[in-house]
Design a protein around this ligand. Structure first.
Ligand SMILES: [Mg+2]
Length: 426
């Protein structure tokens, strides 16, 4: 039996993640061959099991496979990264309830620390986690468990292709472990890329088991300490700790349907500036800053319905809660969405990449003095607005002709002459 001090890692990996996300909202895609393409429909970046069976490789250029996919009636989806990021965040949030520590490793992988849990049957627990994610989010996942991250990842890989494990494999209890890894190519090991696996194979280390049993001296001399660490991890000696990441904070969103249809970019810019102003107040109230600004709009369709929202996202050079800077980037995002002669009925903003203010303060070409002045100005604005009503003063970008405001939120301006010099913020 294992020692009590031993580490135990779980890796929850979403199956064919992007395709699975598409299936959540389009159940007709289930059991049908489906792929998701990268930006600009360039390459295939996610494949359903049915698509994998057709031999379509990961990362293949779309145009090379278009004919074959047509012949096999493969459904092709353009990537919807906003949707995938949202489902990813929800899954990470759910998983954080199942272990005292979690690390969101990638968009579709989360490591969990199981060693501090008193659980007699981890495999059953893992299957429970799988069932909960399936029920709450609708995404199928596989769970691998091991005494190191590398082993948890291998266990995950094995469970994914071996239905007898029902989506969860705990390698600690797997009696035929060495037999299994003796049949896996060395390139299947986490961190052993194409070049390394080619070199290892040439030197006779063809399988995962070969690498596990390689000599320390030869490995470190030939490949360096990084690969040696991987070899130790294969032997159950944990070298890669969990980088604990708190469950990602929910983004701040502000959105509204317009009181009337908007057509001009200027009106939209005013509306977006207003939403950003409200969102930035929320950021400052909780002492945080945002590094990602997303804007979305929806347009009235010819049949009178409201179309699906369209999103545009920009990453800021630094996290900030300074309203004018956030407005600047939100307007940049808006430019990508605006189309003349369209009838805009709704818009909104979302802040992401939220961090405590000061933790990521980098000053790309912006003087300390300027940041300090900006911070003071924001503080003053928040104080005044707190005292005189929410819209007492705000950035000039918000404008004064608020035809875009929903009627029920129309507010009478409460400008105060005393603070005249603060009315314009650039
Ligand atoms: Mg995956």
């Amino acid at each position: 039996m294992m020692e009590s001090q031993e580490k135990i890692f779980g890796l929850v990996d979403c199956n064919n993640f992007f395709v699975s996300c598409e299936r959540v909202f389009n159940p007709s895609l289930r059991r049908k061959p489906t792929v998701v393409l990268s930006n600009n429909d360039g390459c295939i970046i996610s494949r359903s099991n049915e698509a994998k069976k057709l031999g379509i490789p990961m990362g293949a250029p779309y145009f090379e496979w278009r004919d074959l996919m047509k012949a096999h009636r493969v459904t092709v989806c353009s990537a919807n990264f906003t949707l995938y990021a949202d489902l990813s965040r929800r899954i990470a949030e759910i998983l954080s309830q199942f272990a005292p520590e979690v690390e969101k490793y990638s968009v579709d992988e989360v490591f969990l620390a199981f060693d501090r849990l008193a659980l007699s049957d981890l495999t059953e627990y893992a299957r429970h986690i799988k069932a909960v994610v399936q029920r709450w989010v609708g995404i199928p996942v596989t769970v691998g468990i091991g005494t190191t991250k590398t082993l948890a990842k291998l266990a995950n890989d094995i469970a994914k292709v071996s239905p007898e494990f029902q989506g969860a494999l705990n390698m600690i209890e797997c009696r035929e472990w060495n037999e299994r890894i003796a049949t896996m190519p060395v390139g299947d090991v986490w961190g052993i890329g194409y070049r390394l696996s080619k070199k290892l194979t040439e030197k006779g280390h063809k399988t995962v088991l070969d690498l596990k049993e390689a000599s320390d001296g030869w490995i470190s001399d030939t490949f360096g300490i990084g690969v040696l660490r991987t070899v130790w991890e294969l032997r159950g000696i944990s070298c890669l700790p969990l980088k604990e990441v708190l469950p990602p904070k929910k983004g701040i969103t502000v959105s509204r349907s317009f009181g009337e249809v908007l057509r001009s970019l200027d009106e939209l810019k005013e509306a977006v500036a207003f939403f950003v102003t409200r969102g930035a107040e929320k950021l400052r109230a909780e002492g945080s800053s945002a590094a990602i600004v997303s804007v979305y709009v929806s347009m009235k369709q010819l049949d009178g319905s409201h179309g699906q929202g369209e999103w545009s996202t920009v990453r800021l050079p630094m996290a900030t809660n300074y309203t004018p800077m956030l407005i600047h980037y939100a307007h940049e995002a808006l430019q990508h969405l605006y189309r003349p002669n369209k009838r805009f009925v709704k818009a909104g903003i979302m802040f992401g990449g939220i961090v405590p203010t000061g933790s990521e303060q980098m000053t790309f070409g912006i003087s300390e003095e300027k940041i300090k002045r900006g911070t003071q100005l924001m503080q003053t604005m928040d104080e005044i607005n707190g005292r005189w009503g929410a819209r007492a003063i705000q950035s000039a970008a918000v404008g004064t002709n608020h035809g875009w405001k929903s009627r029920h939120t129309m507010m009478s301006p409460a400008y105060t002459t005393r603070w005249d010099e603060l009315q314009l913020v650039r």
